[in-house]
Ligand binder design. Structure first.
Ligand code: ADP
Ligand code: MG
Length: 196
């Protein structure tokens, strides 16, 4: 799959700064919801480390609409930086013919970059950005059970920085309103392909 620009400029390569690992939140509540989520798993197959179960989530924001299907992916690509993950996700949103009409309204596919880290010779560094076109870690992730629950399933040891302080996902989940947690239900659906 192509991206709009090269993953890294020469200067970044020379410094050895290579973004590699990301946590992606994917959601759909319009059309063939499972097929939309599977389109991400298929396109990201070369970089896929872990895939969560599929969860059904009550929509929020007051617009009447179907329940969402949500999942979280852990991906790794030594030649990709945070913006590459955003662009790759946006390409798939467009392929799913997502139309941005109503804020918080129904959407065929939403791909968000929740967290990203680069691996350097001196260790792993979490990516932070306040750029509104790519804010990292995702500023709402800690408030959303549909992100935290599937992420905790595939990476229970993970932490997420909230206001500069790393917190275990378990603690962030415990801090949520129980109604928010209970609104996210495990389904029997799966995004994992059967072994050939
Ligand atoms: P949302 O996901 O918040 O419901 P959209 O998918 O329509 O809304 O995204 C709106 C904008 O959010 C996008 O144009 C994108 O550039 C920006 N954005 C900022 N940070 C992120 C992030 N971490 N992941 C995905 N999009 C982001
Ligand atoms: Mg989005």
């Amino acid at each position: 799959m192509g991206t709009a620009r090269p993953a890294h400029d020469g200067a970044e390569r020379q410094r050895g700064a290579v973004m590699s690992r990301a946590v992606l939140s994917i959601g759909s509540n319009l059309g063939d919801r499972l097929a939309h989520l599977r389109s991400v798993v298929d396109a990201f197959a070369p970089w896929l480390i872990r895939v969560s179960s599929v969860y059904s989530t009550a929509p929020w924001g007051g617009v009447p609409q179907q329940h969402y299907l949500n999942a979280v992916l852990l991906v790794d690509d030594p030649s990709a930086d945070a913006r590459d993950w955003l662009l790759r996700g946006q390409e798939l949103e467009q392929a799913a013919e997502r139309v941005r009409e109503v804020r918080w309204g129904a959407r065929t596919l939403d791909v968000d970059v929740v967290w990203c880290a680069d691996r350097r010779s001196d260790g792993v560094r979490v990516c932070r950005s306040t750029d509104p076109t790519l804010t990292l870690p995702h500023p709402q992730a800690h408030n959303r059970a549909f992100v935290l629950t599937p992420w905790f399933e595939i990476e229970p040891e993970a932490t997420l920085e909230v206001q500069g302080r790393p917190s275990p996902l378990r603690d962030l989940l415990d801090a949520l309103d129980p109604a928010e947690r209970e609104g996210v239900r495990l389904t029997e659906l799966t995004l994992r392909r059967a072994e050939p």
